[in-house]
Structures are given as C-alpha cells and as structure tokens.
Design a protein around this ligand. Sequence first.
Ligand code: LMR
Length: 403
Amino acid sequence: MMGKTCSKTTPSNLLVKRGERQKARNTPAGKETNAPLGVFVLEYDASNEDIEKTRNWKPIIKIAVSGAAGMISNHLLFKIASGEVFGPDQPVALRLLGSERSQVALEGVAMELEDCLFPLLREVDLGIDAKKVFEDADWALLIGAKPRGPGMERGDLLEMNGGLFAEQGKALNEVAKKTCKVMVVGNPCNTNALICMANAPNLDRRNFHALTRLDENRAKCQLALKAGVFYETVSNVTIWGNHSTTQVPDFVNAKIGGERCTDVIDDQTWLENDFTPAIQTRGGLLIKKWGRSSAASTAVSIADAMKALVTPTKEGDWFSSAVITDGNPYGIEEGLVFSMPCRSKGDGSYEIVEGLKINDWLRERIKKSEEELSNERMCVSHLMGVEGASCVILEDTLLPGEM
Ligand code: LMR
C-alpha cells in the first residue's frame, strides 16, 4: 500500500515504509519523485501535540472507502475528515481504495485532503489492494462500482459488479475488524451488499447496509415542497425495498409537522401517481439535467446514513436503510437486503421499527420489490457460494439513475 500521512500520529501508526518516508521527507514539495506519495509525508513529533485539545478525543477510527477517486467520494471524504459525521472528538484515519486506473487521481484526492488542514484527520492511506486497505477497518464505505453500459441487461450488471463485491467481502472477512460496519453504495446496492455479506461470514450480517437514505431524503424534499413546509418538519419516511424503480416511498406512515402526511397532503392521486414515481426515478431525471449521476446529494445521504447509526434516533422517528431481513416483523422473505424503517441508540447498531401500517397499496408494491430482490439473489447465488439456482429477471427494472 502506498501511504500518505500528514499526521500528528506516532510513527508506528504510519503505513508507509520507513525508507520511503525518509526519502520522501527529503524531497521538496512538488519535485518529481519515485517515492510513492512521499511529498505528503511529514514526520511529526508527537510531543508537539496540543494535549489540551486532544485530551478528550476518542481513539482513532479507520474508515475505508472504495471508489475513492470518484465524484461521490470527492464530496464525502471531506465531510468525514471535517468531523461532520463522527463529531468533533473523533479522530479518523481514511483508507482510500482505488484501481490501477485511478491511482494517480487518488494522489490528487490525498493532496486536497491534506491541504484542508483538518485537525481530526490523522492518516490518509491509499491503495489498490482491498486486503491491505480494509485492514482493521471500523467502517467500509463501498462506493466504487461500474455503471451499466449500453446494451447490458440487468443480469449482466449484477454479474459484473457482483464479482467485485464478492472479492471485497472476502477481503473484509479476512482483514477488517469483526465489528466493521459496511455501507454499500455501488449499484445494484442491495444485492451487492448481500453478496458482500455472504463472502464475509466473520462479520455480523446486521452490520451491512445498502444506501436508501438518498431516496428518503428525496421523498422528504418532495413532500415538504408539496405541503409548503420546511424539510425538517417531514419525518417518519420509510423507503421500502430495493434501490431501484420498484422502491416504495411510504407516504402512508410519513408525518408532516407531527400530523399524518395524508391529512396534510389531502391528494391521494398526487401521492400515488406523481410523488411515488418521481422518487423512484429521480436519479434518472437528475442525470438527464445534469449529465451525470448524483454525487453531492449521494454523499450527503451517506453522511446522513452514517450519522443515523452513531446518533440516537429522535423519539418517535426512524430512518431508512436497506438491511438484512432475517427475523423482520413485516413478513418479508428472509435473507434479502431490503430497505426498512430503522432506529438506532447511536452505538452503530439499529433495530427495525415494528408496527407500521401496511395497507393494500403498500403491500402490493412492497411485494413487487421483494420479488425483484429475490430474483436478483438467484442470479448471483453462485457469488454467494450456492450453485444451481436459476436466474430469471422477470422484468428489466432500472436503477433510479437509468433512463
Ligand atoms: C441515484 O439514485 O441517483 C443513483 O443510484 C443513480 C444511479 O443509477 O447511479
């Protein structure tokens, strides 16, 4: 692994080899050198530490990020390094996973991180080998994935990205902390999370999430706009199911200003026929206008999803995350990664919120998303150590960003 550290850590924390560090230290900034990322390395006398400032800091946590040279990461990494996600007393080490193609770009990301002078950012390490980058990770944010190319079927996309997530699951299994929380963003994220989980049996299945917080945020925004209120008054919004066009944004249980959403927005036709498809396909509309997939809002929603796990959920509220359905209270088939309403005590774990009203309209649509995920699972079963399952994609449904 290559390494960059602009750190106030002790030298033993550094991943870059000592020889390389030494060479790097003697290299003037900006001068061409073969030493990997050497220009970024500063050795720092830890006794210079401002003890008063750091006395109450928690032990450093390691956050591994794949697709680290991509657009989403380019927003997210700076939020994490600034302390916005884990708070002002939580130092972080960032482990950036790239590919051979993105290796040099990754160095650029490291340069920018360093130039921000974030006090809480204690290490940045770069690499293209998941087994090294994921070592001792407390969090793994799996953002990197390939988009569906022209002419590709959904099954092809599942196969192509599934292989990547199987490999990353194996790497996490071998080297990450057993308590590592894994947030899968690369699409198709629900099934990628399932594949990753199946290949990482040493990790708790409940610590795997696929990102549907972006869909939740999109739904909150549209409900707020329709009701003519500020976003913050919209609560209890669940996204059920797959992060695809079968997802179900739940207006039945949502609240606006503490009132039932359906009482505040007394327009069932709009809720069913405008709001619902708008959320299911919002990623696509964004691509049409912006010319590329959502990046900043995705990064914000990843930060929101992480904060939701490390902050106690407000009384009476919940958040959406796609999690393992084992033992779920809604009768959804077990062994799927399915978005459901969750609450957290703020210790990184969560519980599924029980007792939401599932009317016929919701039930029918939730079932469709469940069937889609069940089929996706069959198509990737060989990547989960199960042979002989048949793969039938009933309908070539889309990711929110596909047109
Ligand atoms: C989104 O919802 O914006 C993304 O998942 C879109 C995509 O397909 O990349």
